[in-house]
Design a protein around this ligand. Structure first.
Ligand SMILES: Cc1ncc(COP(=O)(O)O)c(C=O)c1O
Length: 249
């Protein structure tokens, strides 16, 4: 779809519906060859992967700290020179400097402090790590990825023992975010059944309507089981046991 008329390409670094992680660096090369800019939605990605904006080739990279254990506010990373070229609507007396130009007024200092604390928290996941904060953050993400990968494998193996479930998350590179549907049973029923057992796996399309429709799931979507650093093998086992009971019920 790229042509010399393309100015901006927006793509997700990871699907919050099925976990797919497109090859952003390759996409960036194609986009830049076409003379366009790349905007990367890293909201789901940042919860599971170390971000390197340069390596990804993103001209704009956005994320939401509440997805990586922080408070809820928006983050945009871009080159200052590029941000200079953008003129958002703003109140006359508010600053026109970059980056203040993109803020709504007084900065949310408590959110900024919370975001910094969340980054420090992840940088502390590998208690043996040393070096700069970036080094420790990279080590923290390695620990996080290892933990989530182990649990995802456990979850996928458990799901493979159950009949009547379709797992829609099959991309070669993916986050531990599995979308499930059930033969003849609704995902909403599965969600309620699991919730009664203290297992939180919500049902829906999670704003990813395009992906849900493309998968043939319409606007209904499916049941999403996702993993985070605080999950344990016991959580996974309770999910699998709950689903087995649901399928028998
Ligand atoms: C991939 C992706 N993009 C964007 C968003 C929206 O983020 P926010 O709620 O901060 O607007 C979400 C939230 O779930 C998401 O998963």
């Amino acid at each position: 779809m790229l042509s010399d008329r393309t100015r901006l390409v927006a793509v997700t670094a990871a699907s919050n519906l099925i976990g797919t992680r497109p090859r952003i660096a390759e996409i960036a090369r194609a986009v830049h060859e076409a003379g366009a800019l790349l905007y990367v939605d890293g909201v789901h990605y940042t919860a599971h992967c170390l971000v390197d904006v340069e390596q990804l080739g993103a001209d704009f990279f956005t994320c939401s700290p509440y997805k990586f254990l922080g408070p809820h506010h928006g983050v945009l990373a871009a080159r200052p020179a590029l941000l200079e070229t953008l003129r958002p609507d703003k109140l006359l007396p508010s600053s026109d400097a970059v980056p203040e130009r993109f803020e709504l007024g007084t900065l949310p200092y408590e959110f900024l402090a919370g975001t910094r604390a969340a980054v420090d928290f992840i940088a502390g996941f590998d208690t043996g790590a040393t070096g700069t904060r970036r080094d420790r953050l990279a080590a923290g993400y390695r620990a996080l990825e290892q933990h989530e990968e182990t649990l995802r494998t456990r979850m996928e193996k458990g799901l493979a023992t159950l009949d009547g479930i379709t797992v829609h998350s099959r991309a070669a590179e993916r986050t531990p975010t599995l979308l499930l549907t059930f033969d003849g049973r609704s995902a909403a029923d599965a969600h309620r059944f699991l919730a009664d057992r203290g297992v939180h796996a919500p049902a829906g399309s999670f704003y990813a309507l395009g992906a849900s429709r493309r998968l043939g799931l319409g606007d209904t979507g499916g049941l999403r089981a996702g993993l985070a650093p605080y999950n344990t093998a016991d959580d996974v086992d309770r999910l699998i046991e709950g689903l087995a009971d649901f399928l028998r019920s």
